[in-house]
Design a protein around this ligand. Structure first.
Ligand code: NAD
Length: 263
């Protein structure tokens, strides 16, 4: 199937590594024109250079901390300037720290709110005029399967992801009449550096090893393995694309059957 992404102008935030980078890689392979973001200028420039070398795609690196209001707006403006508009936006960033309810004070909750929820609001708000001007305006938010099934020791993430999917569903309803589409992907355990860090924390808490925890997590999915970042990247590319023109308000789990509920 041709996803018809060739030449489409797309901003992917949180894209120097992990899921965001994998999304950018799939989009670049599909011939999209990209702006990619992460906090540090050098790191995101290196990621852009790697993508250009591997795919020949047009990739603009845009540094900025999307959890901060001025940066979130500036990143969107710079992406629009570099690409001459925007057809798509992928909202992604790092996750909040692991821990239990009693570990966190208000300041940490506010930081998690900005990093895992409010950044979606700020990026989408800034991008709306450009998305409205496109024939294909489409947003995909990267959230987590924890929006459906909370994960142990991740109270900050669990809480913010639920709010994020509620936001996406609401935007789909509010702005669907204008032809804009809003979808979310809910990744399960996917092999990235953040996951290695989280499983190291869990191993330390339980007195096991990272390898033990990775094997246990793999066994918890119906497919018996963790996901690969490219598998999540392909799902995002499909949802963004004109091939998914009748899909909006979809909260798509990409988790190899580790979620055990009915809906
Ligand atoms: P990661 O830490 O490997 O990568 C995060 C990327 O975002 C990096 O490029 C980092 O530089 C960038 N980033 C972090 N904070 C940023 C900020 N404030 N502004 C701009 N860029 C920022 O994480 P990942 O595993 O790729 O996960 C991406 C998101 O998906 C996270 O929110 C994570 O919690 C969530 N998630 C991941 C998994 C998984 O299994 N990997 C599962 C569920 C949810």
């Amino acid at each position: 199937m041709d996803l018809q992404l060739h030449g489409k102008r797309i901003l992917v935030t949180g894209a120097s590594r992990g899921l965001g980078y994998a999304v950018a890689q799939v989009l670049a392979q599909e011939g999209a024109r990209l702006a990619i973001n992460a906090r540090h200028a050098e790191t995101i420039a290196e990621a852009a250079a790697r993508l250009r070398a591997a795919t020949g795609a047009e990739v603009h690196p845009i540094p900025g901390d999307v959890s901060q209001a001025p940066d979130a707006t500036a990143v969107v403006e710079q992406a629009q300037d570099a690409l001459g508009g925007l057809d798509g936006l992928v909202t992604n960033a790092g996750g909040p720290p692991p821990g239990r309810f009693e570990d966190f004070d208000d300041a940490t909750w506010f930081r998690a709110f900005e990093l895992a929820f409010l950044f979606h609001v700020r990026l989408i708000r800034a991008a709306l005029p450009a998305l409205r001007a496109s024939d294909l305006g489409s947003v995909v938010a990267i959230t987590s399967i924890s929006a459906k099934q909370p994960i142990q020791n991740l109270v900050l993430s669990n809480t913010m992801r639920a709010a994020a999917v509620a936001l996406i569903k609401t935007l789909a309803l509010e702005l669907g009449p204008e032809g804009l589409r809003f979808n979310a992907v809910l990744p399960g355990w996917t092999r990235t550096e953040r996951v290695t860090e989280l499983l190291a924390y869990r191993a330390q808490q339980k007195g096991t090893t990272v390898e033990d925890e990775m094997a246990a997590q793999a066994r918890a999915s119906a497919l018996g393995r963790m996901g690969e970042p490219e598998e999540l990247g392909r799902a995002v590319a499909f949802l963004l694309s004109p091939a998914a023109a009748y899909l909006t308000g979809v909260l798509l789990p990409v988790e190899g059957g580790s979620y055990k509920g009915l809906c």
